[in-house]
Each structure stands twice: as structure tokens, then as C-alpha cells.
Write a protein that binds this ligand. Structure first.
Ligand code: PEP
Ligand code: MG
Length: 762
């Protein structure tokens, strides 16, 4: 059916290019009429906040007044039935169907042949796409066509929801984004502040809406826009000139034509008009560009329709200039809640850290590095909030509950007062837990546990020391590498490592060698791979670059001089060969430094991370080569369960309390004990109260965690007898499901009155 496929592709393309969701829906309903020879086409959107949740938001064929007013509950009417069953539904005579609900004045009584398909994304019903005709049943091809279109529409709706267009449409244009959104609990704690939108990779669809007030501010935006336009125009003319040697004249002419579009005319005038109305330059320009591009995109002539892309391309160039000029002069509120599409560790480092209260990110999960860093810094984080309207959140009050993974955006006064009580309770709990700082982590029956911190971001280690840490159990050296613009020199590294070894003098400090790759990229060393988590990361990367590895280990050994508290940890060990190779290089580095310093140095303790499943099955052989092993529960969970630690779509499957993960770790504990090798755990599970209970129960005596988690873990340890924890673990390990295990431990915490450690308000 070539013509249908062609139509489908055309509709998909238009949906992709539509400036907002309403345009996309209107386009679909108009074009389906012809493509499927139907009389009526309608789209219902699922607005979960309403009781009659399925709202008709676009139609062709029904009375126009019906848009926004035809509403059904899931399960009611044929549309509600499609939503309830979550599968396509066809009937030849809708009027006599027992589920049919007639809407007075809608005009559908003459079109009894009905087909509806659900619009689904990640198991959620976003809406229903419906077609109706006077006669002639729908067939399988029609259904396949409509289903394919619904998948595309689901993408468009999800995307539009995230940029606020769907909310706006459902509220009939009300621009308020006051709402409560759920995501993944990324780092615990409850706090509030004002939203600062982190715009990375700003594009025409995700520019934050911001208002400017006062003549002075408006003038600043005008100037900012003027400069951006001038810079782009000159750059374009320059490019045209320099390409003249190598490109045909007509290709160069394109650059000149682009530049001319910036000379004057409606693109410029419309933008100034918007700025004068109090819209900041980036948003004013984006709206103008989208409006113009849409006019071209809707033209039937393919050549003219293609011009929409030229306008967008030009739009992006100017937009980048506006943004990059304004980032430098940004003013931040006293209490910052970072919000954005994909907040990264480097974004965190680019803000005044002492003001950052919380993070809310559309993508990512609890095991993403930014969440781990937030945890380390005691900053609550909510990740994977799929409908986050971040472009419209700048400056709004946001309350973040990092326990339950909720973000309250611009909450109403009553709710805000209520939330403030929790925030205050939270502060008091944190203060009371700090009193445990000098007390040992020991169970009620005398089982002593060593608690260490995970570190890497800050040069100031005071909070870690203040929390009562007995050393650093994991120093992620990749973080200082990531926040720089080129590889740090050996001397730079020496200073960083010396600082941490000195601060914790007399206490062990575990410096892990560079673990880049996966979701820890280096901007100055881009690695392109289809499967980065299965690719060139950790020890694989550094063994292939002995220059980088040796420089790093040399810096560590030099920094250890006279302190003797260095432990070197090797990440992502998946074979004995890697371990052998790394040890050879460490010996070489040590010999070199020894010769240079003309001093006999002790060979540092060397350990292996147990985070790749293969290492579990060679635990005896690994232990024979190293001084200690450290279990990385984040990667071990990712690789054992085949769940990307960063992907919010599968975040629910990511559980380090999964029985298989627990049994794998148990195997490591038993194997290491056979060889007399100490085992510690440095993944996020160690700092999770339920995780700490399980780990102690399996025989672990050394835990390393984010500074923020340490007081809670200590409280848990001091509240149970080790014998109890061993018995709990025996029960837990045979459960079938991660959730059952989690619930089981939550129950034990609640029984002991410790529920406040895992949720706001106790
Ligand atoms: C882990 O994988 O559990 C770990 C501690 O290392 P990272 O989170 O840095 O990969
Ligand atoms: Mg890891």
C-alpha cells in the first residue's frame, strides 16, 4: 500500500516539525480524513487530573464546539473502552453497541463505523485516536496504519508534555505550571528553592520562557538580540567568502541568503515586538522562528516546505549566540533548584554549589552519576520526571522530596505551608543524626562496622570529616578529570590527591583509577560507541592508554609520600589479564617514583572493583592478586540485571536488592573470606538504610557511601543486633522479588520507629 505509507511518512514528518501539540493534532485529524476515507477523525488526550479524564482535543468531522467539551471517563463509551483495554477496537455499528455514549449536538449519529486505537507511552495511556465513517468496515491494514500513527503521536505528546504544551492546551491556555510531578527518588532529603533552568543543548523546542520587566531590562534584551544577529550575519558572510574556493557558487549563495534574512524584515521586526512586550530575547526569537517555519512547513509544495528547515537552522545559530552571551551574566537566586532535561555532573559543578538545594531532572535515574554526586553532597534529587515542564519553570518555587521522588512545582500556599513543616522536621532529624558523629558504628550486640565516604567532587572534605567518616572508601578520580577542559597534568593530579590523602592522614583513602566511558564522558576526549556501557570504559580505557594510567598512578604514589594511607582501586575488572597488566604498570610507576625521590617506598595496597559479573566467578583468583576488593553495586546491578543505570524507562527494574544481586554479592563475600581478603561495598546500596541492613546481614563489615547517607546508616547500624540482621538476610535472600525484599526491610525499620530515615515526615 505505497500511497498509505507515503501518507504516513508525510504525517509523521509534519508531526515532528509542528511548533506545538495542537498544530500536530489538527494536522493529523485533517489528513487522516483523506488517507483513510473516513468522515470523522478525533484525538482524545488523557488528563489524569480530571475525573472525566479523556478530553477530545482535536476533531475533523464533528462539530467544532465539541473540542474541549466532549469528555469521558476511562471505561465509559467506546473511547473509554479503548483506553481501558489499552488495545485497538473496531465496531461496525457503534450506535447499537452497549458501551456507546452519545453527545448531544456532536453530529456523530450518522457515522456508526468506529475504530479507536490507544496512544501509549511506557505503559501509560496518553490518549485515544478515533476514526469513524458512514459505512464500510475498517480492515487490518487500516488498524495497522492507525496504530503506527498512534506510536508516533505518543512520542509527540510525551515530548509536548515535557515542554508544557499539553498542560497548557488542557488548561485552555492557562500558562500556570503549578503541579506535582513524580519521578525517581535520586537522592534523599526534602528541601525547597527557586528553579534555575539548566539549558544544555538549547534548541528551538526547549527554550525557557522568561519575562523581563522594566525599560532597562528590555533594552538589555534588545541589545543582546542585536549583537547575536550581527555576529551570526558576519559569520555567515565570512563562511560564504571562505567557501567560495571549494564550493560551487549556488551553495555559497545559501549562506548569503541566510545572512540576508537577518538584514531586516519580519523575522527581526517580530522578535523586537515580542521583546518590547517583555519576553526575553531567546524566547522572543524562538517564537518568531517557530511561527515562520510553521508557515513554510504547512505548504504543500515540497520545495517551499523544506525552507522551514532553513529557517530553523538560522534560528538555532542566532539562539546559540543569545544564550552563550547571557549564560555569563546570569544571576542566581539564594536557594537554587536545578531543573532541566538532563542535568549532568558538570552542570552541578558550574553553579555556586553552596546555593544548590536540589536537582530535578527530566532524564536519568538514581544510579546516574549526577544523582550519586547529589547524594554525596547531601542535595536531594528527583530524576526521570518525564513530564517536567522545565522550559516554563525559571524562577518558580519548587519543593523537592528526594525520598519519594516528587517535585512540587509552584505549590499553592496551603500545600506549601504543609510541605514546610516536613522540611523543618527534616532539618531537625539531620541535626539529631549529627550527634552520632563521634559514636562508633556498632550494632547493639557489638558487631563493629567501618563507615567510609565516597568522594570526588570537592576539594573541601570538611563535611565528610564532620560526619564521622573513618576514611575515604571510594575517591572517584574521574570527576576532577571531567570538570576540566583537558587532561590534568601529573602535577595537577598530585595536588588533588595529596590534598585528600593529607586531609584524611592516618585514615585509609581509596583512590580509584580513572573510570571514564559509559555515562562519564570527557569533553576533550570524545568516545563514540553504540553501547558505551559495554564498551571502552574504566580499566579497559586506561590499559589502552598506559601514558594516562602511569601518570595517574605516579601522581598517587608521589602524593602518598610520608602519609602511607593510599589504597589504589581498579575499576571494571573483568579478567585476570587486566589485573595482571594493571599491576605491572603500578609496579613500573612505583619504581620510577622511587628512583626519582631516591627513597624506598612501600608498594601501596591495591584492590579490584567487583562490578562486572565475570569477576564474581573468579573471585578466588582475583583475591589472590590484590589486597582488598570493593563491590560496586551500581554497575553490578546494571550488568547482572541488564538494566541501564541511567535509563528512567527501566528504572523500576534497577534494584540492588534484587535476590540475584544479593546472592551474587554473597558469593563474593564467601569467596573473599576463603582467601582472607577484606571486602567492602562502595555502591549506592551501602548508603541505603535497607541496603546497609542486608549487607551487614550477609557478613559485610565495611561500607563506603555518600557523606549525606552516613549518619542515617550509622543510626540503622546502632539500632539492630547483628544476629537479627543475619536472620533477616536469610529470610530476604530467598524471596522472589526485589520489591518484597525492600518492603520486608522497610517493615523492620518501621517496627523500630526508624521510618523517618527513609521518608519525609516519618
Ligand atoms: C559502582 O559501580 O557501584 C561504583 C561504585 O562505581 P561508579 O558508580 O562510579 O560506577
Ligand atoms: Mg562502577
Amino acid at each position: 500500500m505505497p500511497s498509505l505509507i507515503h501518507t504516513l511518512q508525510k504525517i509523521i514528518k509534519k508531526v515532528d516539525q509542528a511548533p506545538d501539540i495542537q498544530h500536530a493534532l489538527d494536522y493529523i485529524v485533517q489528513n487522516l480524513i483523506e488517507a483513510l476515507h473516513v468522515d470523522i477523525c478525533s484525538v482524545f488526550i488523557n488528563n489524569e487530573e480530571e475525573q472525566e479524564n479523556l478530553v477530545m482535543m482535536a476533531t475533523h468531522g464533528l462539530n467544532e464546539g465539541a473540542v474541549g467539551s466532549i469528555r469521558l471517563q476511562t471505561g465509559k463509551g467506546l473511547v473509554g473502552l479503548v483506553a481501558q483495554k489499552a488495545e485497538p477496537y473496531r465496531v461496525d455499528d457503534a450506535l447499537s453497541h452497549k458501551g456507546f455514549v452519545y453527545f448531544e449536538g456532536s453530529g456523530e449519529e450518522n457515522f456508526p463505523v468506529f475504530m479507536g486505537v490507544p496512544i501509549i507511552s511506557q505503559r501509560k495511556i496518553l490518549g485515544v485516536l478515533v476514526v469513524q465513517r458512514r459505512e464500510g468496515p475498517f480492515d487490518n491494514d487500516d488498524e495497522a496504519f492507525l496504530t503506527t500513527l498512534a506510536v508516533q503521536l505518543a512520542n509527540a505528546i510525551t515530548h509536548a508534555w515535557s515542554s508544557g504544551h499539553v498542560d497548557q492546551m488542557l488548561r485552555g491556555g492557562d500558562s500556570s505550571v503549578s503541579c506535582t510531578l513524580s519521578g525517581i527518588a535520586g537522592a534523599p532529603g526534602m528541601t525547597m528553592g527557586r528553579a534555575v533552568v539548566i539549558s544544555q543543548g538549547v534548541d528551538l523546542h526547549n527554550v525557557a520562557d522568561k519575562k523581563v520587566e522594566g525599560d532597562e531590562a528590555i533594552e538589555r534584551e534588545r541589545v543582546s538580540f542585536h549583537i547575536a544577529v550581527e555576529l551570526v550575519r558576519n559569520a555567515l558572510l565570512g563562511q560564504a567568502e571562505s567557501l567560495r574556493q571549494s564550493l560551487p557558487e549556488e551553495e555559497c549563495a545559501l549562506f548569503v541568503a541566510y545572512a540576508q534574512m537577518l538584514d531586516n524584515g519580519s523575522l527581526i521586526d517580530d522578535t523586537y515586538r515580542r521583546i518590547n512586550e517583555g519576553i526575553w530575547a531567546a524566547s522572543a526569537w524562538t517564537r518568531t522562528i517557530n511561527e515562520h517555519a510553521e508557515v513554510f512547513a504547512s505548504m504543500d509544495d515540497d520545495y517551499l516546505a523544506e525552507r522551514a528547515n532553513d529557517i530553523r537552522d538560522l534560528g538555532r545559530r542566532v539562539l546559540q549566540r543569545i544564550i552563550s552571551k547571557q549564560e555569563g551574566i546570569r544571576q542566581y537566586p539564594e536557594h537554587i533548584v536545578m531543573v532541566g532535561e538532563q542535568i549532568s555532573a558538570t552542570d552541578l559543578a558550574s553553579l555556586p554549589l553552596e546555593r544548590v538545594q536540589a536537582i530535578v531532572s527530566e532524564h536519568g535515574s538514581a544510579a546516574s552519576h549526577v544523582a550519586i554526586l547529589a547524594h554525596a553532597l547531601g542535595i536531594p534529587a528527583v530524576m526521570g520526571v518525564s513530564n517536567l515542564p522545565y522550559t516554563r519553570m525559571e524562577g518558580l518555587v519548587v519543593v523537592v522530596d528526594g525520598y519519594s521522588g516528587k517535585a512540587y512545582i509552584d505549590p499553592k500556599q496551603e500545600l506549601l505551608n504543609h510541605l514546610k513543616i516536613y522540611i523543618e522536621q527534616e532539618r531537625k532529624i539531620a541535626d539529631s543524626l549529627l550527634e552520632l558523629k563521634d559514636k562508633p558504628a556498632v550494632t547493639t550486640d557489638g558487631y563493629r562496622v567501618s563507615l567510609y565516604v565516597n568522594s570526588g567532587l570537592m576539594s573541601d572534605h570538611t563535611p565528610s570529616l564532620r560526619s564521622g567518616a573513618e576514611g575515604v572508601g571510594l575517591y572517584r578520580t574521574e570527576i576532577p578529570f571531567q570538570v576540566r577542559e583537558s587532561f590534568p597534568s601529573e602535577d595537577d593530579q598530585y595536588r588533588i590527591y595529596r590534598d585528600v590523602l593529607k586531609t584524611f592522614a592516618g585514615k585509609p583513602v581509596v583512590l580509584r583509577t580513572l573510570d571514564v566511558g559509559g555515562d562519564k564522558p570527557l569533553s576533550y576526549f570524545p568516545i563514540r560507541e553504540d553501547n558505551p556501557f559495554l564498551g571502552w570504559r574504566g580499566i579497559r580505557f586506561t590499559l589502552d592508554h598506559p601514558d594516562i594510567f602511569i601518570a595517574q598512578v605516579r601522581a598517587m604514589i608521589r602524593a602518598n609520600q610520608g602519609l602511607e594511607n593510599l589504597h589504589i582501586l581498579l575499576p571494571m575488572i573483568s579478567s585476570i589479564q587486566e589485573l595482571d597488566d594493571a599491576l605491572i604498570l603500578i609496579h613500573r610507576a612505583k619504581d620510577e617514583v622511587q628512583e626519582e625521590l631516591e627513597e624506598t617506598l612501600r608498594f601501596p595496597h591495591v584492590g579490584a572493583m567487583i562490578e562486572v559479573p565475570s569477576s564474581i566467578y573468579q573471585i578466588d583468583e582475583i583475591c589472590q592478586l590484590v589486597d582488598f576488593v570493593s563491590i560496586g553495586t551500581n554497575d553490578l546491578t546494571q550488568y547482572l540485571l541488564a538494566v541501564d543505570r541511567n535509563n528512567e524507562a527501566v528504572a523500576e527494574l534497577f534494584s540492588s536488592l534484587h535476590p540475584s544481586v544479593l546472592r551474587a554479592m554473597e558469593q563474593v563475600v564467601v569467596g573473599a573470606a576463603r582467601q582472607g581478603t577484606p571486602v567492602s561495598v562502595c555502591g549506592e546500596l551501602a548508603g541505603d538504610p535497607m541496603g546497609a541492613m542486608a549487607l551487614l546481614g550477609m557478613g559485610i563489615q565495611s561500607l563506603s557511601m555518600s557523606t549525606g547517607s552516613l549518619p542515617r546508616a550509622k543510626k540503622v547500624i546502632r539500632s539492630f543486633a547483628h544476629d537479627e540482621l543475619v536472620a533477616y538476610f536469610q529470610e530476604a535472600r530467598s524471596m522472589l522479588d526485589a520489591q518484597d525484599i525492600r518492603d520486608f526491610y522497610i517493615e523492620k525499620l518501621d517496627e523500630r520507629g526508624l521510618g523517618y530515615l527513609i521518608r519525609a515526615g516519618g
